[in-house]
Design a protein around this ligand. Structure first.
Ligand SMILES: Cc1cc2nc3c(=O)[nH]c(=O)nc-3n(C[C@H](O)[C@H](O)[C@H](O)COP(=O)(O)OP(=O)(O)OC[C@H]3O[C@@H](n4cnc5c(N)ncnc54)[C@H](O)[C@@H]3O)c2cc1C
Length: 299
């Protein structure tokens, strides 16, 4: 474990056009979680299999406090639009680069021509397909001009003697910030489950994925395995959705049919409160889960 830490410490994992995540310090490892859970013994059992079983039990049943006994401190460099989302996670300790004290970091998040995304049709918060590259080329050229223009105005203000705290006011969301970010393992996993999820914005998802795969996974391999099994790769079923599955199965048993079931069968089994709704997000979410499991035929 110390070797893993030494290998990772201060290593900058690049994210996006000029961002990174970097491990500064860590307190604890998989055994710290076990030790906390078995407080009466003082030490975790020596059998790795027992430790693994316990960690998996704790994570599966949301016995969360043992995971708070480990902590991770990162140095991150993130564009302001991601940082605005990141900083909503209130359970971390943060010390951020000050643009009152120092000049703003001279780097901007840039977008290659093939990476502009359309507005998603189904999800008001999300992105859809990529835009055509010829359109992207125009947008990227305009982006470069805009970013350079804003930076020039900022530099001119500083040269004219304007205070840094005032000169910065027109800097855009593509400007990078840096921060030390320290968080316990329980709240880090919560952050990762929200920000690695497909509903999170792609840019912050890339940061969260780098933290998860490059840093948390090697530092806490057993916790990570359980996290993948019981959070990242798991699905949550509501009471209504369980009702849908039960009705689908009952009809299938009566008719001797096998999955994947049709859209008609799904609609016949849907929750009674959804029936009169033309558009129903809950019904769509249920359909998505059943499709992913092969219970329904893909739309
Ligand atoms: C896909 C997505 C879309 C989002 N869209 C929006 C949006 O449109 N607008 C918007 O404003 N935000 C939005 N958010 C932010 C979201 O509402 C949360 O603020 C953010 O994800 C932080 O989550 P959290 O509060 O659980 O995390 P943390 O702040 O890390 O807190 C962790 C947990 O600690 C507890 N906790 C912490 N502080 C308190 C407190 N003061 N009181 C009670 N319990 C507390 C809670 O149990 C909480 O879940 C979005 C988030 C995601 C992932």
């Amino acid at each position: 474990m110390p070797e893993v830490f030494e290998e990772l410490q201060w290593k900058k994992f690049p994210v996006g056009s000029d961002g990174f995540v970097c491990l500064v310090d860590v307190m604890g490892n998989d055994s710290s979680v076990v030790q906390a859970a078995r407080v009466s013994y003082g030490k975790g059992t020596k059998k790795v299999s027992d430790d693994r079983t316990l960690i998996r039990y704790l994570l599966r049943h949301r016995h969360t406090t043992p995971f708070e006994m480990a902590e991770v401190k990162l140095l991150v460099r993130v564009p302001m639009d991601c940082w605005r989302q990141w900083i909503r996670h209130r359970t971390a300790n943060v010390n951020e680069y000050s643009t009152r004290y120092s000049e703003a970091i001279d780097a901007a998040q840039t977008t290659p021509p093939d990476q502009w995304r359309t507005q998603a049709a189904s999800n008001r918060q999300g992105s859809g397909d990529p835009l055509p590259v010829d359109v992207g080329e125009r947008l990227t050229a305009a982006e470069t001009e805009l970013q350079q223009g804003v930076r020039k105005a900022y530099d001119e203000r500083l040269e004219a003697g304007v205070a840094r705290e005032q000169a910065r006011k027109d800097l855009p969301l593509c400007t990078y910030t840096e921060a030390y970010w320290k968080i316990d393992l329980h709240n880090l996993l919560h952050f990762l489950s929200l920000r690695m999820d497909s509903h999170a914005q792609l840019e912050i998802r890339e940061f969260a994925t780098a933290i998860g795969h490059e840093i948390v996974k090697p530092l806490f391999p057993v916790v990570w395995e359980a996290f993948e099994d019981y959070r990242l790769g798991a699905a949550f079923f509501t009471r209504l959705e369980i009702g849908v599955v039960s009705r689908l199965m009952a009809t299938a048993a009566a008719d001797s049919t096998a999955p994947p079931y049709s859209e008609e069968a799904f609609l016949a089994a849907q929750d009674p409160t959804w029936i009169d709704l033309k558009r129903c997000r809950e019904r769509d979410e249920c359909r998505g889960k059943l499709e992913a499991m092969g219970i329904l035929a893909p739309a």
